[in-house]
Design a protein around this ligand. Sequence first.
Ligand code: ATP
Length: 244
Amino acid sequence: MVAPPDNDILWARGLHHSYGTGTALAGVSLGVREGEILAVTGPRGSGKTTLLRCLSAQLAPSEGEVWFNSSLVHTLAARHRERLRLDRFGWIDTQPHLVAELTAGENAALPLLLRGEGGRAARNTAAEWLDRLDVGDCARRRPAQLDQSQRQRVAIARALATTPQVLFADEPTAPLHRADATQVLRTLTTAARSHQITVVLATHDPEATSLADRTVALLDGRRSSGGAVSAPDAESRAACSLSV
Ligand SMILES: Nc1ncnc2c1ncn2[C@@H]1O[C@H](COP(=O)(O)OP(=O)(O)OP(=O)(O)O)[C@@H](O)[C@H]1O
């Protein structure tokens, strides 16, 4: 078995995955450098979500290897994969999955509490991230009292609050209107850059790919030739150099 290059925080080789008879990944290899924002693009059903789930230790691939920080991930026992996700990874889903009985502030603080942080520190950190996502005034409300855009901002604040080493975002702006999506994407990428968070972002959105350092394109579960290095434009770089 060949170890991954030292400068890749995440590395995958020959990933295959099938759901029953349907093939979702058919031999994907890639490396993600520390601090990089990598966009994963491709049409519906091309395997983006499955790839992110394999890389984030949610799903064991049918074949292939996943490494994080030069350690094997796919062979870890379920409880070690769970700990890895809690301690090192963040996940933003396409839809905001918040706990209905908790306020927005409590939802955002939850992963910090699960990591063992004290209640006051967790609430303060959560409040700061809710402010950055422009939903600070929603902290005492429950998800049912928020609109979809506010709920997704809370979910994004929750994912960033732990400053994970790697943040996986699966179409994070899909529930947002165009103007909202642009602003949230910029906040997310800016926060990632200023906190050295590596991001793997599945997206259909050209705005998102323009904010990424590099794009990997998938087609029918394989990397397609659209995976060239993309250089963000000057405006995007300027936006991302601000500190959030
Ligand atoms: N839980 C599942 N059970 C069965 N088939 C699945 C499941 N999840 C995904 N698939 C299939 O695997 C293939 C890849 O799906 P995946 O969701 O990874 O692609 P995607 O690029 O993220 O698509 P989308 O943009 O629609 O989210 C598709 O053909 C999809 O129908």
